[in-house]
Design a protein. Structure first.
Length: 161
């Protein structure tokens, strides 16, 4: 089987492209993380998702454009592409991800406001229902001041007898 140098060069360039795509994904994840200030667990999940994506992309590029084999120079080219993206385009990608995160937050803020209001309203109804159920369960209604005074007088009267 003969391997042409053009195929080798194209596999190398596809490796660089895969590295640039992985670098763009890493920058986008960092931009979202910095803008939205995720908790630690969500940040870890995003990192895991990134590495799954990067690994799958590298394997796919290597198998697809490397004639079914993973070649070392493709991985080295991907690392070079990742570094190339970090040097040239990472700030632009992070800015774009931050702007996209702000846009999503802006578009979702009315929904969040409505959800917050609905939650408060539902909590208010829940408190009223639980209070009413407690009253029914205990069999105690609201006693007036006169009822309390009458009970106190009856109690003292029984002590006197």
């Amino acid at each position: 089987m003969t391997v042409s140098s053009l195929e080798q060069l194209s596999a190398l360039l596809y490796g660089v492209l895969a590295g640039v795509i992985c670098g763009a994904a890493a920058s986008a994840v960092n931009g979202f993380r910095e803008e939205l200030k995720f908790p630690t667990a969500v940040s870890m999940a995003l990192d895991l998702l990134f590495w799954v994506f990067a690994g799958a992309l590298m394997v796919w590029f290597s198998l697809r454009f490397g004639d079914g084999g993973i070649r070392g120079y493709q991985i080295l080219a991907a690392v070079c592409g990742f570094c190339l993206h970090g040097l040239c385009l990472s700030r632009l990608t992070e800015k774009g991800a931050r702007m996209l995160a702000r846009l999503c937050r802006l578009l979702l803020s009315p929904a969040a406001f409505l959800m917050r209001g609905a939650r408060l309203y539902i909590e208010k109804i829940y408190k009223k229902i639980t209070f009413a159920l407690k009253r029914v369960k205990n069999g105690i209604g609201r006693s007036t001041q006169a009822d309390r005074v009458r009970k106190k007088i009856q109690k003292n009267y029984k002590k006197m007898l």
